[in-house]
Every structure is written in C-alpha cells, then in structure tokens.
Design a binder for this molecule. Sequence first.
Ligand code: ATP
Length: 270
Amino acid sequence: KAQLFDKGDTTNKVTFKDVAGLAEAKQEIEEIVSFLKNPLKYTELGGKIPKGALLVGPPGTGKTLLAKAVAGEADVPFFSMSGSDFVEMFVGVGASRVRDLFRQAKEKAPCIIFIDEIDAVGRARGKNPNMGSNDERENTLNQLLTEMDGFGSNSGVIILAATNRADILDKALLRAGRFDRQIHVDLPDVHERKQIFNVHLRPIKINETVDVNFLSRQTPGFSGADIANVCNEAALIAARKNKSFVEKQDFLDAVDRIVGGLEKKTKITT
Ligand code: ATP
C-alpha cells in the first residue's frame, strides 16, 4: 500500500511561482504563509490563528500544488494524506493513522498538514449507508475532529484540506475553529490558461509555429492538470515522429487526445 503521508518533506520545494493564475486564491492563502512565518505578530494582540482552510474546486485545478506552495513559501515541512486512502482500511487503522499524522506534525511544527479528497472521510455522517464501511469512516472522521480540537490554535500546525464537494461535507468539519475558511480554486479562464501554458511549456522544445494565445483559446474547460498533460503529450507525439521540435500540430493532436479522454470520463460518470 502506498505511503499515506510525506514525512514532512521539504525537498522539491514548490513556491507560488509554480502556481499560474489563481490570483485570488493565492492572495487569500498568502495570509496563511504569514501566520506560519510570523505567528507572534498575530498572537501578541490576542488573536487566534485559524487551524485550517478548505480548498474547494474541480479536479486538477491546482489545490495540491497551492498547498505545497504554502509550505514552500513559509519554508516549513509538508505532511499529506488522502481521504480516499482510509476508505478501504481495516477497523481502527484509519483513526490511528490520523493520530500518528498529527503526532508527527506537532513534533515538526510549524508545518502544514494537507488532506486531499477530504470528502472521502468527511462526508456527512449517516448518509450513503451503502458506500464503503461507514463505521470505519466515521471513526476516522471523529478522530480527525478530535485532533483538530485537541491542539491549541497557536500550535503552528495549519491544516489545509481539498475537496470538489464542499456541500456534502459533515457540518462538524466546517464549524468555527475547524475548517471555517474556504478558498475557491476554479477552472482557469483564457488568460489563466495562457499563464499555465507558459509554466508547462518551459521544459518543452517548441518552434515558432506554437502560439500560446492560440493554445489557450483552443482549450476552454481545461484544468491546469489537463494543460500540463497537453504539453507533455505534444512532446511525446513529436518525439514519436522523430521531430527535433514540438510544433503547433503536435499540440492540436494532444488537445484532441485529451478532449477524447475527457469525453470518455464524462460518459462514465453521467
Ligand atoms: P485533484 O482534485 O485531482 O487532486 P488538484 O486540484 O489537487 O487536483 P493538482 O494535483 O494540484 O490539482 O494539479 C495537478 C497538476 O496540474 C499539477 O501538479 C500541475 O502540474 C498542474 N496544474 C494544475 N493547476 C495548475 C496551475 N494553476 N498552475 C500550474 N500548474 C497547474
């Protein structure tokens, strides 16, 4: 089974420079960087630093990237786990993993704990009785709530969690003192897609036929992850044709391929 969390990894630092677009989300999350870097500035006046924030938005829009960038900017360790890892856990294991994670994080404070797909554990209790082993999920959720309440708000541990469904989360998670702040991370518009292309074109050898403005107009509805995918696919397509540069047509072929993939995904889910 895959490792549940990075053990406070500070290598491969991600910073705000790696996150294109998302100006508003970056601005909101900047405050958390400041809390981590300079806690006394806030607590000396009697304020309580928030324990957590929820990053809400569609898949692939950069929520994980943004959480990593907070750790990178504040230069603190990054612990992460995914809610979906707990779904098939044996009885008692989910809760003890949560306990473990918080114990390790407290030792390394200041730091970030990132919980991806929090809806997998944090779905409202008592709903969907047919999905997964519900008792175990509830135990894990209860442990998470206990841990969040158990440490002081000025402990230096800030918990970021990501979801694309804030509406299905248990209200207990959203209560004051827990994830009481939401930061929206939406699909990029045409200007933001251009910025994301610019980030992911950096390592690609392109020739003058490639026009970033054109590419960003050709990709409405694409997420940052889709755009990263297009750039990589285009490079592979060109390489397969033994080209020494990646050209406009390779990008168009890559876009077609990704659109095909997206259509298939939609068919399955609807
Ligand atoms: P999920 O909900 O599926 O976990 P996510 O919102 O956490 O997705 P990330 O894992 O952060 O998305 O994004 C996946 C990859 O897509 C990133 O590693 C990066 O390469 C690219 N990407 C996404 N958004 C951006 C962005 N705003 N700027 C640059 N790259 C991006």
